[in-house]
Design a protein around this ligand. Structure first.
Ligand SMILES: [Zn+2]
Length: 511
């Protein structure tokens, strides 16, 4: 057994399947570059056959990424595998991840195939995939409810066909750690030539055990874990990358394994993913929650001050807390700004975009003395969202709040060069602002989520707002950032309305 644990990140595929978390191509590339910096071994960039947008996004990620392997998911269907193969063609290192369900309930009711047909199809799929890359991963969907003898038969056959990685997923999040570890152990013991492949696990968090199940699999021989940043993912999410990685690192005495993760990029990566998807991180979330390293009780604080290890098992700075160094200030010029973007892996496609972003940076620097990397990411998200779908643009906003008076908002918005103004009262300034905006944009959509978070600390920090709107089954996220949260809220609402009205193509549309 190798002493390396392979980290397979599926934030851009499984994570993207969270409601409303679908991303544009530019957003996927930006996250992929950050994942590469973080040091993940494999980036699952999407599901090429799902939509033309997702195909293009995988292709764009494959072109940019040099160090990590770029992977596309594909059903065990010829067309899916062809699309995946083409999407990863230009990758420095490309993988096809093909899957078929092996549980009786899925085979009978979903696939309507006999076990023999499933077995043959699995082998065929691996052979088709090998025409595009020699790095082929095979997954037995719903392995948790599949029969062990059948799994052994299928895995034996796909290994003989040339699969290099065998993934055992708990697709429905049903397993218990000791049981999951035992299943992995049995499979590795029973499958012939099991030592010639990497065993992988992919666990869902429906019972809150995705990380525990993944680690139990690792203790029983799995050497690849499929996970996502912040545990994002379908339903209750996937195993969280940061928790898996930090457990293995903190408990070397138990695991004795190395990952390739540069842990000081964990918090910045978590921030970027939550900015782009609009999924805020709960404050008490392990590793990346705002309170993960905060000691409230006096006894704890006293202990930590006297001797850190009394209450701390990890160092906050090791996972990137407090690492947000001031990167730029008011006097920084265009070149310094451009260099910083390059270091952050942000590549603006045109001089126009760069100039517009620099303009925004200067405005921000007037309001806020210290500009952090997180501020720059937020500014770029803002710039791109404004650039991609512009029916409406915020021109001016005046909102007032006074005790014992109804809050009011007056807003002026540009629609294709025409200035439109409206006002409204509301239960608060944000509510009044949204009502005034809606009078102009008439998006007629339902507000599903409104969330505010601060990008860095301090009262002059930028507030970042996500507004999630739904209309006719379509769900979009709008983002806005500003040092004033009412203005950030207005920007986010207008951004979401633009997306819903312009039908901006998401890489992987959710309908
Ligand atoms: Zn999954």
């Amino acid at each position: 057994m190798t002493d390396k644990l392979i980290i397979f990140d599926t934030t851009l595929r499984d994570g993207e399947q969270s409601p409303g978390a679908s991303m544009t191509q530019e957003e996927k590339v930006r996250i992929a570059l950050q994942l590469e910096k973080l040091g993940v071994n494999v980036i699952e960039a999407g599901f090429a056959a799902a939509s033309p947008g997702d195909f293009k996004a995988i292709e764009a990620v494959a072109k940019k990424i040099q160090k990590s392997t770029v992977c596309s998911l594909a059903r065990a269907v010829k067309n899916d595998i062809e699309k995946a193969g083409h999407a990863i063609q230009s990758a420095a290192s490309g993988r096809i991840h093909t899957f078929i369900a092996t549980s009786p309930i899925h085979m009978e009711n979903k696939l309507r195939m006999t076990p023999d047909q499933v077995l043959n199809r699995a082998v065929e799929a691996v052979k088709w995939a090998l025409e595009y890359t020699d790095d082929v991963e095979f997954s037995a969907e719903d392995a948790v409810r599949s029969e062990i003898p059948f799994l052994v038969e299928v895995f034996d056959a796909v290994i003989q066909a040339g699969a290099k990685t065998i993934n055992v997923p708990d697709t429905v999040g049903y397993s218990i750690p000791f049981q999951w570890g035992d299943r992995i152990k049995q499979l590795i013991d029973k499958v012939p030539n099991s030592k010639s492949v990497i065993w992988s696990t992919h666990c869902h968090n429906d019972l809150g055990m995705a990380v525990a199940n993944s680690l139990s699999a690792v203790l029983n021989g799995a050497r690849q874990v499929e996970c996502t940043i912040n545990g994002l993912g379908e339903r209750a999410g996937n195993a969280s990358l940061e928790e898996v990685v930090m457990t293995v690192k903190t408990r070397q005495d138990i695991f004795n394994l190395q990952t390739n993760i540069n842990t000081e990029f964990i918090v910045p990566t978590s921030r970027l993913v939550s900015t782009i998807t609009g999924y805020a991180v709960q404050p008490n979330k392990a590793i990346v929650g705002a309170n993960a390293f905060a000691h409230e009780s006096g006894i704890h604080q006293d202990g930590v001050l006297k001797h850190r290890e009394t209450y701390e098992i990890m160092k906050a700075e090791d996972v990137g807390w407090g690492a947000n160094k001031i990167s730029l200030g008011k006097l920084s010029g265009r070149n310094a700004f451009k260099n910083r973007l390059e270091t952050l892996g942000i590549d603006l496609d045109s001089d126009d975009l760069l100039n517009a972003a620099f303009e925004k940076f200067k405005n921000l620097a007037d309001k806020k003395s210290e500009i952090f990397d997180e501020d720059i990411h937020a500014l770029i998200s803002d710039e791109y969202s404004a650039d991609t779908a512009e029916i409406f643009k915020l021109i001016s906003l005046k909102a007032t709040a006074e005790i014992n008076k109804k809050p009011t908002a007056q807003i002026t918005i540009d629609r294709y060069g025409e200035e439109l103004s409206e006002d409204s009262v509301g239960s608060g300034m944000v509510d009044a602002t949204f009502k005034a905006i809606e009078k102009i944009v008439k998006s007629d959509s339902e507000l599903l989520l409104y969330s505010v978070s601060n990008i860095t600390t301090g009262t002059d920090a930028q507030g970042e707002v996500t507004v999630r709107l739904a209309k006719g089954g379509r769900v979009v996220n709008g983002q806005g950032s500003d040092t004033d949260i009412v203005i950030a809220s207005a920007k986010a609402y207008i951004n979401a309305a633009n997306k819903i009205l312009s039908k901006l193509e998401r890489a992987h549309p959710q309908v």
